[in-house]
Write a protein that binds this ligand. Structure first.
Ligand SMILES: *[C@@H]1O[C@H](CO)[C@@H](O)[C@H](O)[C@H]1NC(C)=O
Ligand SMILES: *[C@@H]1O[C@H](CO)[C@@H](O)[C@H](O)[C@H]1NC(C)=O
Ligand SMILES: *[C@@H]1O[C@H](CO)[C@@H](O)[C@H](O)[C@H]1NC(C)=O
Length: 228
């Protein structure tokens, strides 16, 4: 009799673990949204930029809801909103806030790409762009990923390595030139000092010899450069 009770408790524990597993599964293997590796994208005003967004779902999806939002300080608005019927169909846009925005990419063949293209960029387009995905198959749990767009009037440092190499080379050359100049100046200084010493010796010796000769004047003329 006690054995049956133990078995019952063990079964309950197993059932509990099983239910917990079922409960945890959707959380750990759920829909994922990605905007790629870059957290900030720089783009030039007047040009266009693709804001990437892809998602993956191991459960598959049905009537998936997606939208992009824009946010900066106290402004928040929905840019585009739509649905994807299933894995075999492309997204349907239901709302769009601006003609400059188009939905790119495809959701067919596991592409799951709901990137948007922003044309005719203005400086005021700078801000946070968030790609949201909601899957009814997952209790409508919402997933999102954010990318920051910075609109600039020209792109600097297109290639960091090249810039760094150029900077390094330029820096090295400038450093070398400065070093050469310093060495030259130092040598000139030494030469001048030794010459001045010689001259001072000459002047003082000649000054000692004849003070009314006008030689002290030439000494005064020579002094200012040493002060500079
Ligand atoms: C970007 O903005 C600058 C400054 O307002 C302007 O001079 C330039 O023409 C703009 N570029 C484009 C491609 O619109
Ligand atoms: C927009 O961004 C600000 C911070 O930049 C944040 O405090 C605010 O909650 C965001 N608004 C929404 C609706 O996400
Ligand atoms: C998404 O679609 C756009 C437009 O076709 C494409 O440029 C981009 O490379 C795609 N992104 C991925 C991750 O496939």
């Amino acid at each position: 009799m006690p054995g049956a009770g133990d078995r019952g408790a063990a079964r309950a524990r197993w059932l509990g673990t099983g239910l917990l597993g079922l409960f945890l599964l959707p959380v750990s293997l759920s829909l994922e949204v990605s905007v790629g590796k870059a957290t900030t994208i720089y783009a030039v005003n007047g040009t266009e930029i693709l804001l990437p967004c892809t998602f993956s779902s191991c459960f598959g999806f049905q009537d998936l809801h997606f939208w992009w939002s824009y946010n900066i300080s106290d402004t928040y608005r929905i840019l585009i909103d739509g649905t994807v019927k299933n894995e075999k169909s492309d997204p349907k846009v239901k709302f769009k806030s601006d003609d400059r925005i188009t939905l790119e990419g495809s959701t067919k063949e596991k592409m799951n790409n709901i990137s948007i293209l922003l044309r005719n960029l203005e400086f005021s387009d700078t801000g946070k762009y968030t790609c949201h995905v909601q899957n009814p198959k997952e209790n409508n749990f919402q997933h999102q990923a954010t990318i920051f767009l910075q609109v600039v009037d020209k792109l600097e440092e297109v290639d960091n390595t090249v810039t760094l190499i150029i900077l390094g080379v330029v820096g090295g050359v400038i450093g070398l030139l400065i070093l050469i100049l310093l060495v030259k100046k130092f040598i000139a200084f030494i030469i001048k000092k030794t010459q001045e010493k010689k001259k001072e010796c000459l002047v003082s010796s000649s000054g000692n010899d004849n003070t009314e000769n006008g030689l002290p004047g030439s000494k005064a003329e020579e002094k200012p450069p040493t002060k500079v």
